[in-house]
Design a protein around this ligand. Structure first.
Ligand code: F6P
Length: 357
């Protein structure tokens, strides 16, 4: 008999359901009796005891379904130790829900912030398995996170679509790609979409270098230029500011996001217009791509095995093509960023892609 709880927390992505299905199918086929409790809207459900009993039928037909059947919400890690507006101790409340249901373990699907709370619950004595979800691919200790490949497909398609219209009209276009504070998604979609300039948070840009790259293309007879810009991209000048100074600067300026600022600066220097396209949350939507379906089926199945082995307190990672249990304490709170000196960046530069540095 196993009694497990499950929740999806933070920004959603395409393969959450596929991963939960993997866990439950892996357990149902191997455990005599299984009870699954799904907490609604992430940690909120665990804190306030909002859950429902799920059966095998709930996990049937969801491999290809985007979003999450449990709902999700953002519950910032830094506020977990702060009582809610009614004075409720959230951590104690989560422990109480877990104990009342007599859970053997809690399977938590989420990104970095979610993982930090998962580790806190582990430190508080709960049995935890974490599954690495995020389109940002920034979870330390796993080669890849689920959602990432599906988002690459969507962001690439957005760049592809912009490519044809930019070419027709001889325009400079910026496609802004999600990724929070890291550039993985922009790097992959940018290369896959044939972007001429890729700007990442990890490689602060110099606007003059960006303009030089556009002018070089014009000199070479190319009428249009595509920039793939990470939502977290930052100029060299801004990167030199303190966090506080940077926040104050952003609060003051008129731009809805970094791409509009870059577009404005380029168009002032070139004297011609620059268009911005923001695919935004489409990057997290729709069905998971086949790669993510396979990844989640494997991660989910490996999580089921860890539960059967009663080996808790870990993230199920994918390393060198193999699923692996990585201790949560070793990875929580760390970020996986793009290495500016990596082979991939060098290879991209060799074929003429500018990173504005
Ligand atoms: O972490 C996933 C992500 O989509 C980031 O790429 C993005 O910065 C953020 O979530 C957007 O969050 P929200 O959906 O809360 O606006």
């Amino acid at each position: 008999m196993k009694r497990i709880g499950m929740l999806t927390s933070g920004g959603d992505c395409q393969a959450l359901n596929a991963a939960m299905r993997g866990v439950v199918k892996g357990l149902s086929a191997n455990v005599d009796e299984l009870e699954v409790y799904g907490f609604e809207n992430g940690y909120k459900g665990l804190i306030y005891g909002k859950y429902r009993r799920l059966t095998a039928a709930d996990f049937s037909g969801i491999l290809t379904k985007g979003g999450t059947i449990l709902g999700s919400s953002r519950q910032p890690f830094k506020l977990m130790r702060t009582p809610d507006e009614n004075g409720l101790d959230k951590v104690e409340a989560m422990k109480q829900t877990y104990r009342e249901l007599e859970l053997d373990c809690l399977v938590i699907l989420g990104g970095n912030g979610t993982q930090k709370t998962a580790n806190l619950l582990r430190e508080e004595g709960l049995n935890i398995i974490h599954l690495p979800k995020t389109i940002d691919n920034d979870i330390y200790g796993t080669d890849v996170t689920f959602g990432f490949q599906s988002a690459i497909n969507i962001a690439t398609e957005a760049i592809d679509c912009i490519h044809t219209t930019a070419a027709s009209h001889n325009r400079v276009f910026i496609v802004e790609v999600m990724g929070h504070k890291v550039g993985w998604l922009t790097l992959y979609a940018g290369i896959a979409g044939g972007a001429d300039i890729i700007l990442l948070p990890e490689i602060p840009y110099d606007i003059d270098k960006v303009v030089d790259a556009i002018q070089k293309r014009t000199k070479d007879g190319k009428g249009f230029t595509i920039l793939a810009v990470a939502e977290g991209a930052i100029s060299k000048e801004d990167a030199a500011l303190s966090k506080k100074e940077y926040k104050a600067k952003v609060a003051e300026h008129k731009y809805p996001s970094v791409s509009y600022e870059i577009a404005d600066h380029i168009s002032q220097k070139l004297g011609s217009e620059v268009r911005v396209a923001v695919p935004g949350h489409t990057q997290r939507g729709g069905s998971p791509c086949p790669y993510d379906r396979v990844l989640c089926t494997r991660l989910g199945s490996a999580a089921a095995k860890a539960i059967m082995d009663e080996d808790y307190g870990c993230m199920i990672a994918m390393i060198d093509g193999k699923t692996k249990r990585v201790p949560l304490g070793d990875v929580a709170g760390k970020l996986k960023t793009v290495d500016p000196d990596s082979q991939m960046i060098k290879e991209a530069k060799r074929i003429g892609i500018s990173f504005g540095d």
